[in-house]
Design a protein around this ligand. Structure first.
Ligand code: FE
Length: 135
């Protein structure tokens, strides 16, 4: 998918104005926050984790589990259309990048060592998320 395929087509300058420097570095530049430093790795409150860039719901707190990695970790997205996955061959590894399907913002990566039944571990940057309390 190219940038033009996403519904949210904000320009780079607009993103820079709308996001904090840390959010911009991670969401728009495929950055990674340091483990155990983000807002949500040890968060246990209920709610919906939405995209910090565009507000699309991405993960439910029910799917969050303690992975021990220092990043918020989820067993599945809130629905199959919430995220898109791309092969990422950077840094000498082949990983699967996870992005918001609405704005293309970088969220993190998905690995195959998660809890049963699906066995997926969505390893997500806190800076890409915003926890919205249930109504
Ligand atoms: Fe988004």
């Amino acid at each position: 998918m190219s940038e033009a395929d996403y519904e949210d087509t904000r320009s780079e300058q607009q993103w820079q104005a709308d996001l904090t420097p840390e959010q911009f570095r991670i969401l728009r530049k495929r950055g990674t926050e340091r483990a155990f430093t983000g807002q949500y790795w040890d968060e246990h409150a209920s709610g919906s984790y939405v995209c910090a860039g565009c507000g699309q719901p991405l993960f439910a707190s029910d799917a969050k589990f303690n992975s021990g990695t220092g990043w918020p970790s989820f067993s599945q997205p809130s629905n199959n259309d919430a995220v898109a996955e791309h092969t990422d061959s950077s840094h000498g590894m082949v990983r699967t990048e996870v992005v918001c399907s609405r704005c293309g913002g970088h969220l993190g990566h998905v690995f195959d060592d998660g809890p049963p039944p699906a066995g997926k571990r969505y390893c997500i940057n806190s800076a890409s998320l915003k926890l919205v309390a249930p109504k």
